[in-house]
Design a protein around this ligand. Structure first.
Ligand code: FES
Ligand code: FES
Length: 179
């Protein structure tokens, strides 16, 4: 007898039916039940951001989300960002700007960056620009603002310069000439 909770997950445009115990996280459902191992487990406790995915367009730590709570939500993981063989512009920017070293944090960094860009477009505040009468403009996002908005995601390799440059490229900023 299977006592799991029946669940329909929408992930990257596909529908998956599964049964999970109530305690199973979205992260474990993705990786262990559905074989979508692009989403990484770093800390498993909401501290590193490696597990970041998009849920109805908003970034979440999938290690802190129960799979059973995601019924009917649209989940996007790193596997769902490219369009066929064409990379998402943020993915392409991470490659061009050396936005990674070991790559373990990268799926989370990229999903967080995709969400960050949407958040700025929608005028969401940050600690750097808390005043919503003067919302930040995407093309003018400062380096410190990009860093603040990506402070959700740690990189043990310290590839932060490349990560910030990748976000800069994705929002159309011209990188400074190499020193
Ligand atoms: Fe989820 Fe670290 S694995 S925040
Ligand atoms: Fe290694 Fe970020 S590239 S943890």
């Amino acid at each position: 007898e299977d006592l799991g909770i029946p669940l329909t997950l929408r992930i990257n445009g596909k529908t998956y039916s599964l049964r999970v115990e109530a305690r199973v996280t979205l992260l474990d459902a993705l990786r262990e039940y559905l074989g979508l191992t692009g989403t990484k487990k770093g800390c498993d406790r909401g501290q590193c951001g490696a597990c970041t995915v998009l849920c109805d367009g908003q970034r979440i730590y999938s290690c802190l989300a129960l799979a059973a709570m995601q019924d009917g939500k649209e989940i996007t993981t790193i596997e769902g960002l490219a369009n066929g063989d064409t990379l998402h512009p943020v993915q392409a920017a991470f490659i061009e700007q050396d936005g990674f070293q070991c790559g373990y944090c990268t799926p989370g960094q990229i999903c967080a960056s995709v969400a960050l860009i949407e958040e700025v477009k929608q005028g969401c505040a940050s600690a750097v620009t808390p005043d919503l009468t003067h919302p930040p403009q995407l093309a003018e996002l400062s380096e410190s603002e990009i860093k603040e908005r990506l402070s959700s995601n740690l990189c043990r390799c310290g590839a932060y310069n490349g990560i910030v440059a990748a976000v800069g490229q994705a929002i159309g900023q011209t990188p400074p000439p190499p020193e």
